[in-house]
Write a protein that binds this ligand. Structure first.
Ligand SMILES: [Zn+2]
Length: 115
């Protein structure tokens, strides 16, 4: 029994050491979710759409430009971006975001050519 207690103590100490090692970088990034740079790296497209039923404006966000303005490591989840956004057409603050994986004409054309 005393042997079990001893090994449990050791593993708890090891766990604590690992958490301290990884915490600043990875846990911080995971809690934040997407950043502008990680969206660009993952080739995600973020489309903003206006909730104003008389407008329905849609626009793909320029992630490179936004990353330049807010910083590539700035959080870029919907909850982070929506307060910063305003419909370019009607000025409404009721904007929604859609995150979609790579659907650029480039990738589509490549897949077609490879056929
Ligand atoms: Zn609008």
């Amino acid at each position: 029994m005393s042997g079990v207690e001893g090994s449990a103590g050791t593993s708890a100490r090891q766990k604590r050491a690992l958490v301290r090692l990884y915490a600043p970088r990875y846990i911080g990034r995971m809690a934040k979710g997407w950043t502008f740079q990680s969206l660009i790296d993952a080739k995600m497209a973020v489309t903003a759409h206006c909730h104003n039923s008389a407008c329905h404006h849609r626009q793909v966000l320029d992630l490179v430009k936004l990353g330049d303005r807010f910083g590539p490591d700035a959080p870029a989840m919907a909850d982070d971006l929506i307060p910063k956004l305003k419909c370019a057409k009607c000025g409404s603050k009721r904007v929604g975001l859609i995150y979609t994986p790579d659907t650029t004409p480039n990738a589509y054309g490549k897949a077609k050519d490879g056929r």
